[in-house]
Design a protein around this ligand. Structure first.
Ligand code: I3S
Length: 166
């Protein structure tokens, strides 16, 4: 049934590529650094690891950075499933992170966090979520893919207990 514990835990386990930047750390505003990240939502934690593609260098050398990003995204899609795992109970954290080659770059504690659609003044990008942790760290999370960002929004709202808004 939809309310069974298994259904809930599947809903709240999710992984794939998102664009992420911190904007505030421990209450202090920091410079944006949009990074294509491999994100894993597991229990009440969001684990984020850069895929090696950073949009922050685009202003200097847009073509090489763009090619590198596409290559990186392609490699990730080949090596790692880019969709939510409906059977996530059987997938270990190690395989979600693509073997033992890499460790999570940072973990966001979602307990007491708030999630909402970011206001226009936070970013010029579309589909931007604002995640604020209880420790005063603020992250922007973005994807150009409308369906994909909505899935993440729903999953993050379910995890944090925030209301789902249009
Ligand atoms: O909110 P901001 O500061 O206008 O964000 C933009 C800048 O961080 C910019 O970097 P530089 O100021 O280092 O050139 C980024 O390249 C942009 O992506 C940031 O804005 P968006 O609207 O994309 O979040």
């Amino acid at each position: 049934s939809p309310s069974s514990p298994k259904h809930q835990s599947t809903d709240q386990e999710k992984y794939g590529v998102l664009n992420v930047t911190k904007i505030t750390e421990n209450g202090k505003k920091i410079r944006k650094n949009w990074t294509s990240s491999w994100a894993v939502l597991q229990g009440s934690s969001l684990l984020l690891q850069g895929t090696g593609a950073s949009w922050s260098l685009c202003s200097r050398c847009s073509i090489p950075v763009l090619l590198f990003s596409l290559l990186s995204a392609w490699k990730n899609s080949v090596r790692r499933p880019a969709v939510t795992c409906v059977n996530s109970g059987s997938v270990s954290s190690i395989s979600k992170f693509g073997g033992n080659q890499s460790k999570p770059e940072f973990t966001v504690d979602l307990k007491g966090a708030t999630v909402e659609w970011a206001s226009k003044d936070k970013s010029s990008k579309k589909n931007v979520l604002e995640l604020k942790t209880h420790t005063g760290t603020e992250l922007l999370i973005q994807s150009d893919n409308d369906g994909w960002i909505r899935e993440w929004y729903t999953a993050l709202c379910n995890t944090t207990g925030n209301p789902i808004r249009e």
